[in-house]
Design a protein. Structure first.
Lengths: 338, 328
């Protein structure tokens, strides 16, 4: 049993740690800004280079094209950033994307009004994400294992729901979610920017956001300073499930079809975008601004290699090399800083 | 160019971040310069540029198709750009590749759809760019394309349904009308695999003693063909015939048969007659394979694309020959 004195001591200790936590975070945010600049410089350099190499790169049409193509990975990477900042990992995002996509498609096919179908799909994505969170926070499962299991569960569910076949053919109104334009800008880009604005606001300006950094930086200290860590962790995975479902909405509208085999390897693209964007895989630091730049680097690279007519095999090699180089430099810099 | 880079990312900026950007940019510069030196063949020569988007490049079938296409391009004096997604089933990536190629102002597009319905929006984009589209190997879904208003100049491919029937008839006659067949299906919803399967089922349905005891997908892949057939053998030890909707899965099944010590006791029939399958047929581990001629498909597709972009008439539907390959 705790005596009043030890309780008070523990509280004080917690506050003290919380204090250092806040100082550390302030420092991190500053460094985070520097990092973001670093990644941004990489993106600008890449664009300059492609502009020199091919006349087709720097056109308005191609710029919109790249951003539109990047949007799905970028949206999945929002949830991934939350998860990784909290010190976890989510391998199930691709499967959750497929599952929420086929739920959406089946609901639309059976005549549900679009808003209800979308709500059902988002509900399924978020619920599966929350299930991940519960397994991790309450069941104490390592995030890698829990989400690896969910990756297979959700994929299986998607295949079961559809009997393995794509579900396709939707109204033009629904398709315009991905094919339409807002003031001349393709709607997937508008969606992406809106989601990033909202998610970045939550991550950097709310108590929830600060707790996410805290949990990733030092979970024990955060718990000792009175934060309900398990609750917030669970929500983080719910957010990831939700962003996968949002990406599924855009992908389904874009392809006019939802495939149970969609989204394979998307977790790797999302992790790559997040990490290139300067988020640390050990948690506690990172930003969505970095992630969107990371996603754009991947998108621009793929686009550029297509424009240059580079062999598909060489493309994989180059993309892999860039990911390794980006993270390697990041690690080296971190060591230098101590 | 390196001077430019050095000026933009001054290494003397205090925080290491700029260094990172610099180093990342340099890594990218290095790899892209390497790429730029290695691409070749797609120079701006004023000749018409034809893009050929395949399902994948890591399959002998599509490698043969590429070879046929390149031969035709050389003969006709056009530049050919061949691109493919990393994985055969990655429709979204295939769509991105098409969008990106359209940005480069290609003059015609040959396409083997990774998804019969899913690539339709990409074909519509090509229509909007006013370039002829030749579909190869896998048909577009008629309902999806008529609804979206997608237009194609021509289709080139084998009659997969007929190929499936040929395989079915071969199994019926080779087994004397008595067989327990395990079927390895392609990816569900793929027009090619579905047609082969339908043809096969139709060919054997009138022979009551040719029974399909198990039918599962192995997603076109060799390792999955191995595993799925191994599992089938557990459930149905009396299986004496395998029909696989492509050779990759058939070759996987052959390995599973070897592992089970049943080599020579199970008749394997594949589809595509790729080199490895032809070797297996000569070795006697495989009974037959339905040969397609992907190089001919590639050649005809490029020819039709070039004719179409010159405004000449092209046949709307070209069926490339198929034949059964057995041991000589």
């Amino acid at each position: 049993m705790l005596t009043a004195a030890s309780q008070a001591r523990r509280q004080a200790e917690g506050q003290a740690r919380g204090q250092t936590g806040i100082q550390a975070r302030a420092g991190l945010r500053f460094r985070g800004a520097g990092r973001r600049f670093g990644t941004l410089a990489g993106l600008v350099g890449l664009c300059l280079l492609l502009w020199i190499l091919t006349p087709h790169f720097l056109t308005v049409a191609n710029a919109l094209n790249v951003m539109e193509q990047t949007s799905i990975n970028a949206i999945v990477a929002v949830g991934m950033t939350y998860v990784i900042v909290s010190g976890g990992i989510d391998l199930s995002v691709g499967s959750l994307l497929a599952l929420s996509g086929v739920v959406l498609a089946e609901a639309l096919k059976s005549g549900w009004p679009a808003p209800f179908a979308v709500a059902a799909s988002f509900g399924v994505g978020a619920a599966a994400g929350l299930a991940n969170g519960l397994g991790i926070a309450l069941g104490r499962l390592p995030p890698f294992i829990m989400t690896l299991g969910m990756m297979s569960v959700a994929r299986g569910a998607a295949l079961l729901v559809t009997d393995g076949r794509p579900v396709s053919g939707f109204s033009s109104g629904f398709r315009s979610l991905a094919t339409g334009h807002v003031l001349g800008v393709p709607s997937p880009i508008v969606f992406t920017l809106a989601i990033y604005a909202a998610a970045a606001l939550v991550l950097s300006r709310t108590r929830f956001g600060r707790y996410v950094y805290g949990i990733g930086g030092n979970e024990e200290a955060t718990r000792l300073s009175g934060v309900e860590v398990r609750f917030h962790k669970t929500i983080v995975y719910g957010v990831s499930g939700l962003t996968s479902a949002i990406a599924a909405l855009l992908l389904t509208a874009r392809l006019n079809s939802a495939q149970p085999i969609a989204g394979i390897n998307y977790e790797l693209d999302a992790i790559a975008a997040t990490v290139i964007g300067g988020t640390s895989l050990t948690g506690g630091e990172g930003s969505l601004g970095g992630t969107i730049v990371g996603a754009l680097i991947m998108g621009v690279l793929r686009n550029g290699l297509n424009l240059l007519g580079v062999s598909s095999f060489l493309q994989q090699l180059v993309i892999g090399a860039v990911i390794i180089a980006a993270v390697l430099v990041d690690l080296m810099l971190k060591e230098k800083r101590g | 160019m390196s001077i430019l880079v050095a000026q933009v990312f001054r290494p003397d900026v205090r925080h290491g971040a700029a260094l990172k950007g610099c180093a990342t940019a340099l890594a990218i510069v290095a790899s892209l310069s390497f790429v730029a030196c290695n691409r070749g063949g797609t120079t701006t020569s004023g000749r018409p540029r034809v893009a050929f988007v395949l399902k994948t490049l890591n399959s002998p079938f599509f490698n043969d198709m590429q070879r046929g296409a390149e031969d035709a391009a050389k003969k006709l004096g056009v530049d050919l750009v061949v691109q493919a997604a990393d994985r055969e089933i990655d429709v979204e990536r295939q769509m991105q590749i098409i969008e990106n190629l359209l940005q480069t102002g290609i003059n015609a597009l040959c396409l083997t759809p990774s998804g019969s319905r899913e690539v339709v929006p990409a074909v519509v984009k090509a229509n909007r760019a006013n370039i002829p589209v030749v579909i190869v190997d896998t048909r577009l879904d008629p309902a999806a394309s008529s609804e979206a208003g997608a237009k194609i100049a021509s289709f080139t491919g084998s009659d997969n349904y007929e190929g499936g029937r040929i395989a079915g008839r071969f199994i019926t006659s080779a087994s004397g009308g008595r067989a327990k067949v395990a079927v390895l299906e392609g990816i569900p919803g793929h027009e090619t695999g579905d047609s082969r399967l339908r043809g096969f089922r139709d060919a054997v349905k009138d022979t009551p003693d040719v029974q399909i005891v198990a039918s599962q997908t192995a997603n076109w892949e060799r390792d999955q063909g191995f595993n799925v057939f191994q599992n089938m053998l557990q459930a149905h030890p009396d299986v004496d015939t395998v029909f696989a909707c492509n050779d990759m899965m058939a070759l996987g099944a052959i390995e599973a048969i070897r592992a089970a010590g049943k080599s020579g006791k199970i008749r394997v029939v594949g589809f595509d007659a790729v080199d490895d399958a032809r070797k297996a047929i000569e070795d006697g581990t495989m009974a037959a394979s339905v040969a397609q001629f992907p190089d001919e498909m590639g050649r005809v597709a490029v020819e039709n694309a070039v004719h179409a972009l010159r405004g000449e008439a092209v046949p709307p539907d070209v069926r490339v020959r198929i034949e059964l390959v057995t041991k000589k």
